[in-house]
Ligand binder design. Structure first.
Ligand code: SF4
Ligand code: FES
Length: 402
């Protein structure tokens, strides 16, 4: 059977492209093409141990994180250069004691702020304080629709119950809620129930994101990779729910691109629409960019402004545009549609971030990698390596029977 689930994208520019770039005439943002929204990874500390975490395998310690004053300076600078939205993420951003102060500062400089959280560290009072400080939106990650699977994937007991509690507080405080569900072989059977859970929690939006395989997820690929049948079933469930829940719940859906004909346009193209700032202040073209060895990333602690780093730094320019592309991308009609796929995935699977993403059917490695995924998906590996500061810990033998 063909592994291909999706048709290639139409040969037309994506109309959403323009939305991500601020085009105020004569502004700094126009000069530098600064993205509208930036991800601030405040810390790598996290009480959860998700085996698909997109943080690098080498996590940054608390002692090297940007200070409150440094983050405030970053937020002010972002607002000055035309950024409109800040997504506070991690790790777990609520592990930062100064989160309320940072949200207040974002609000003071006119940034719309979103909190991307596992929720388990929040109390109702702290969430209320965040709302009071100007927090605009909350996005809570769920690992399943009930505690047995969800707590096992998170590697933390009682996590699921806590998340449900915080989701209710979020709506009581009149904050908009997005439910973020990362899906893989060991929880895809719960997708229908997760959709119902999001409706019951009165979420505005549900992100159904299949795991993308680099960093911790690559380490755990054999335990996480779904079967082709699971993906076909999932696609049907999502499409039916999107129709049924129109006007009630918006559902975004990302399929694992191992099972697609063409790769995803990762980050909207390297250095085109997105950057994030790591806990220690590195300005990165994507949240997983540090998994690519041999690239040096400039820091907000250095001598350059963020706008300069975005426009001039070696790391952003290395894979920007199409000039860097090898064949088959260089002479491909889709090169300005998907920008050659994902650099992190190309590095993870081929050892060279400058290769065509093997998720593309035109990559010479595609066949081999798809077969490997198929073999892993039908294999019996289900034990996780949990994400943590000691380089990962194998799931205890008895955990899967919990
Ligand atoms: Fe995209 Fe390159 Fe594949 Fe063409 S060959 S579809 S540009 S990844
Ligand atoms: Fe880094 Fe795709 S995740 S470019």
């Amino acid at each position: 059977m063909s592994p291909i689930l999706t048709d290639p994208p139409p040969l037309a520019a994506d109309p959403s492209d323009g939305v991500a770039i601020l085009e105020q005439r004569g502004s700094t943002a126009e000069t530098f093409g600064i993205p509208l929204a930036v991800l601030a990874e405040l810390t790598h500390r996290c009480p959860l141990q998700c085996p698909y975490c997109s943080n690098p395998l080498e996590l940054e310690r608390a002692s090297s994180e940007l200070t409150t004053a440094e983050w405030k300076k970053v937020l002010s600078e972002l607002a000055e250069i035309g950024v409109l939205q800040i997504h506070f993420s991690g790790g777990e951003p609520t592990a930062r004691k100064d989160l309320v102060e940072l949200v207040q500062h974002a609000s003071d400089v006119g940034l719309y702020s979103n909190l991307i959280t596992s929720a388990v560290l929040l109390t109702r009072d702290r969430l209320a304080a965040l709302a009071e400080a100007g927090l605009c939106h909350v996005q809570i990650s769920f690992q399943g629709n009930e505690p047995v699977v969800a707590d096992r994937v998170a590697g933390l007991k009682d996590a699921h119950r806590k998340k449900i509690e915080v989701a209710h507080w979020t709506r009581e405080l009149d904050l908009p809620l997005t439910v973020n569900a990362v899906m893989h072989r060991q929880n895809l059977h719960q997708l229908g129930d997760i959709i119902e859970m999001a409706v019951e929690l009165d979420a505005d939006r549900l992100e159904v994101a299949n795991v993308q395989y680099y960093g911790w997820a690559l380490k755990n690929r054999a335990a996480l990779m779904p079967t082709l049948q699971q993906i076909e079933d999932t696609t049907a469930i999502v499409e039916a729910a999107q129709k049924r829940l129109k006007g009630i719940l918006a559902i975004d859906y990302v399929i694992p691109d191992y099972y697609a004909l063409r790769p995803k346009k990762c980050m909207g193209g390297w250095g085109r629409q997105f950057f994030n700032i790591s806990p220690t202040g590195k300005v990165l073209p994507c949240h997983a960019a540090e998994t690519i060895t041999g690239l040096d990333f400039e820091s907000v602690r250095g001598n350059h402004s963020i706008a300069w780093i975005w426009q001039n730094s070696e790391a952003f320019n290395r894979y920007r545009g199409t000039g860097w592309m090898p064949e088959p991308c260089q002479s491909c009609d889709y090169k300005e549609i998907d920008f050659g796929g994902c650099r992190c995935q190309a590095f993870a699977l081929t050892g060279d971030a400058g290769n065509t993403d093997p998720a593309c059917a035109l990559s010479p490695l595609h066949e081999q990698i798809f077969k490997l995924a198929e073999t892993e998906a039908s294999g019996d590996t289900s034990r996780f390596i949990y994400r943590n500061f000691s380089g990962g810990t194998p799931e205890p033998d008895d955990a899967q029977d919990a």
